[in-house]
Design a protein around this ligand. Structure first.
Ligand SMILES: Cc1ncc(COP(=O)(O)O)c(C=O)c1O
Length: 381
């Protein structure tokens, strides 16, 4: 089996991730912040350790401004519903995932916000010129993905962040695709809110993710409940991370995520990117030669690690089925939870086949995938 679906969730995980999670569950997995005993304190320390590693990876000045959540979807909902006020003028892009578009569209339909969406260029790129044009000082919030989950295009986050800061616009970045592969610096990129998935390129397990909120950004929690702090009060604590972190945390998952981030820091983000780029290059060079294949992703230098394509006269789901059943290759096909991205690329009817190699693939996996795709294409003659 060859796994090329790392944009959905990364696999395999570094062995340290699995080992640390198993050790933690075996040795004692108490509830952090819910007791003063030794095991609860150890759980507290384990959670703090992952917060600190995230802060290091994303250059976040205060790790306590990072709240853990089960996934990026919860983090994005928490960010959007938490900062939006009635009458807000919000700008997003057509390349956003449904975890951004659906909460925004819900608020727009309810008459709470006005929403504008920026159109992408040919391969899903969002130009800084179009951001400068749409995001002026009358706007309140700008939401943008770090990289597209449909095409892999990397967005101009640093320029957008500086533009937002200069115009007093809150800047929310969805880092689900790209965090762990593309360097992120929340301070120099002027990021106010950063939502991340723990289970993609951060190499943690499913059930992990979170939200960073810059000091000074006003946010209301979407969920209230037990935090282990201020237990005498009937109202939600305002301190971070507790304010956004009600309920028992996924501590084994957070421990695993910490090991995933440690692996990235030890390996070096540039080495991880270089390996992915090398695989992307092989895919591009070979698939570009096929006259029946149309590629919808930018070249490796502008791409976080996704190659999406269409095969003439073959439905993307059928191609995905053949890759799986005949060649044991795991890809993603159809529509990829970003309906407006597909509309802009005009791929909303057939969908796209998406290959997303990971750091743990080997060159032979990529060569075999190329051969399998060439075999499918030639079989159409
Ligand atoms: C760009 C983007 N945003 C958000 C999400 C949602 O992430 P999660 O599955 O962690 O909720 C995804 C997942 O594929 C994504 O690709």
């Amino acid at each position: 089996m060859i796994y090329l679906d790392n944009a959905a969730t990364s696999w395999p995980k570094p062995p340290q991730v699995i080992q640390a999670m198993a050790d933690f569950l075996r040795r004692g997995c108490a509830n952090p912040g819910r007791g003063a005993h030794i095991m609860a304190r150890q759980a507290d320390e384990a959670v703090l350790n992952t917060r600190e590693l995230l802060a290091k990876l994303f250059n976040i000045p205060d790790p306590m401004r990072i709240s853990f959540m089960p996934n990026a979807t919860m983090a994005l909902n928490m960010a959007i519903h938490g900062v939006v006020q009635a009458g807000f003028k919000v700008v997003a892009t057509m390349m956003e995932h449904n975890s951004v578009l659906r909460p925004l569209k819900t608020l727009e339909k309810a008459g709470i916000i006005q929403l504008e969406l920026i159109k992408p260029e040919r391969l899903g790129e969002i130009s800084i010129q179009s951001i400068r044009k749409e995001v002026d000082n009358t706007k309140d919030l700008f939401c943008m993905t770090l990289s597209s989950n449909v095409t892999g295009s990397i967005m101009p986050v640093a320029e957008a962040g500086r533009h937002c800061r200069a115009n007093g616009v809150i800047f929310l970045v969805d880092a689900s695709q790209g965090a762990g592969v593309i360097p992120l610096d929340c301070e120099s990129m002027c990021i106010d809110l950063l939502a991340f998935s723990g289970h993609k390129d951060l190499l943690g397990p499913q059930g992990t993710g979170g939200l960073y909120v810059r000091d000074g950004i006003k946010i209301k929690p979407l969920v209230q409940g037990g935090t282990g702090s201020y237990s005498e009060r009937l109202t939600q604590p305002e301190i971070f991370p507790d304010s956004l972190e009600s309920g028992t945390l996924n501590v084994p998952g957070i421990v695993g995520l910490g090991k995933g981030i440690q692996f990235i820091l030890d390996t070096g983000i540039s080495n991880i990117r270089a390996r992915k780029q090398q695989y992307m290059k092989i895919l591009f060079e070979n698939l570009e030669k096929e006259s029946r294949i149309k590629i919808y992703s930018p070249h490796p230098e502008e791409n976080s690690g996704i190659l999406s394509f269409d095969i003439e006269r073959l439905d993307s789901s059928e191609a995905g089925y053949l890759l799986d059943k005949k060649f044991g290759i795991c890809s993603r096909s159809g529509l990829h939870c970003s309906p407006l991205a597909h509309r802009s690329l005009n791929t909303h009817e057939k969908g796209l086949i998406r290959l997303s190699p990971g750091y743990f693939n080997e060159e032979i996996d990529i060569d075999l995938a190329v051969k399998a795709i060439q075999g499918i294409v030639r079989g159409l003659d």
